[in-house]
Write a protein that binds this ligand. Structure first.
Ligand code: DLL
Length: 434
């Protein structure tokens, strides 16, 4: 059985934990009210003062925060400390070309690192482990998050970042990697590539892996475990709250334990905003209670899931999140990158000679996500030179790469050939079976 890094918190009596959460909530609300103008205004509009929030039961009175709040206050508007106290920025894609950014104080980085250290301990990582991190390093939280957690545990950490599969396999083999961190779809691709290279995974030292940042299924877990000969664990997180490690699986693999001494999870009815009891399906909302740089109060993730508070076989008392069941908005995750169709629509709208009739086709080929953008061109360009069509195609592809951060195949189609809809236009076909 894997160790528990911090039983004092991870196995805390739930009543005691609720009390601790309440105290931390009260102090976070005060800090936020005093330092973040947008949130002060929201609370004032609702007629709530920090003194009205006296414990966990009062959480439901607080206003929500949304991704649009990060966009509207970009870049520093939600910081609750002077920028001189911020030591790191991480980000992910927003609904427009601008990323949404999160600021961390040195203390916030320590907390996030600790959350990842707990996560990786539950997955069997310790000072004897050799951890290969194939999440991207950069604004995306996957690379640095896993790196910090593994280093904290004293594991030998290999910062490979994403891409270059042959080199990844060589390092994994030659350095005796025991633990793999990447997206589940990349884990599948790695597994298949290892087999294709004629390597038997048994020749490697791989034991476990933590996979997240995108939706996956139990069937994928079985396939990854077979292909790589490992135990595959689910890991969840989001930039706005910390990064990976907001919740993590233990060996029971019956949902992800939420690091509840640092964040409070809620499930709400996405339409009415009303809190729902454990066990019911709804939108996941998080409140950070230890973060100082950019605390988030009742942040709506738009992820749909269920929470469970029954004690787990592993002994941890932290509530568990089920696998995510979808989203309440149209965000897609393609190769681990959050993609909002509105970003691509914006690019097409700003491109000469194309019409607002388009379709995004997402598929999974050889375990890797693909995105095809089909867009109608105007009559004028259609009958013009091939060169002009090629240039338009190239321009759209480059814009998508630079704004959204992913490679897309662009196909220009003849005028009046895309299906027209009578109601709400359908712009996405997702053929991945998730
Ligand atoms: O994806 C952080 C992360 C990195 C998590 C590495 C796990 C591993 P963002 O780029 O901000 O952060 O995207 C957050 O990704 O709201 C979910 O919709 C989705 N997501 C993250 N983990 C999972 C998971 C990182 N295990 C958004 N299963 C979230 C399904 C996930 N979806």
């Amino acid at each position: 059985m894997a160790k528990i890094r911090d039983p004092r918190f991870e196995c805390m009596d739930r009543e005691e934990l609720r009390k601790l959460q309440g105290e931390r909530l009260v102090s976070t609300v005060k800090h936020e009210y005093e330092n973040v103008a947008l949130y002060r205004q929201r609370m004032d509009e609702k007629g709530i003062k920090p003194e009205d929030i006296r414990g966990l039961d009062d959480l439901r009175y607080l206003p929500f925060m949304e991704k649009t709040d990060l966009r509207d206050t970009f870049p520093y508007g939600l910081f609750a400390v002077p920028t001189k106290d911020i030591v790191r920025i991480q980000g992910s894609s927003g609904t427009t070309g601008k990323p949404i950014v999160s600021g961390y104080t040195a203390g916030d980085i320590d907390i996030w690192t600790e959350m990842m250290a707990r996560t990786m301990t539950a997955e069997g990582v310790d000072e004897n482990s050799v951890v290969q991190v194939c999440y991207g390093y950069g604004l995306f939280t996957g690379g640095l998050g896993a790196h910090q957690g593994a280093t904290k545990l004293g594991a030998l950490t290999i910062p490979m970042s994403s891409g270059n599969t042959q080199r990844q396999i060589m390092m994994m083999h030659d350095l005796g990697v025991t633990h793999l961190c990447c997206t589940p779809s990349y884990a599948l691709y790695l597994g298949e590539s290892i087999r294709e290279a004629g390597i038997d995974p048994k020749e490697m030292k791989l034991k476990n892996g933590s996979f997240g940042a995108e939706p996956w299924t139990e069937e994928m877990r079985v396939r990854i475990e077979e292909l790589l000969g490992i135990n595959a664990y689910d890991i969840y997180g989001l930039t706005e709250i910390a990064g990976p490690g907001v919740s993590y699986e233990c060996e029971a693999k019956r949902g992800m334990h939420v690091n509840e001494d640092h964040v409070i999870p809620e499930i709400i009815n996405p339409i009415t905003g009303e809190q729902l009891p454990y066990g019911e399906k709804g939108e996941l909302v998080f409140t950070t209670i230890t973060k100082r740089g950019m605390p988030m109060l009742r942040y709506r993730t738009h992820d749909i899931c269920r929470l469970h508070d029954e004690k787990c076989d592993c002994g941890r008392t932290f509530v568990r999140m089920e696998r995510l069941m979808g989203r309440t908005d149209d965000m897609l995750i393609i190769r681990g990158v959050n993609v909002f169709p509105s970003q691509i629509e914006g690019i097409l709208a700003g491109t000469q000679d194309v019409m607002p009739h388009y379709m995004l086709i997402v598929d999974r080929v050889n375990s890797q996500d693909t995105l095809e953008v089909q867009v109608e061109v105007t009559d004028a360009i259609f009958t013009d030179s091939l060169g002009r069509l090629e240039a338009t195609k190239r321009y759209i592809g480059e814009q998508i790469k630079s704004v959204v951060g992913i490679k897309a195949t662009v196909n220009l189609v003849a005028p009046h050939t895309m299906p027209r809809s009578e109601g709400k236009a359908k712009h996405i076909i997702d053929r991945r079976k998730l």
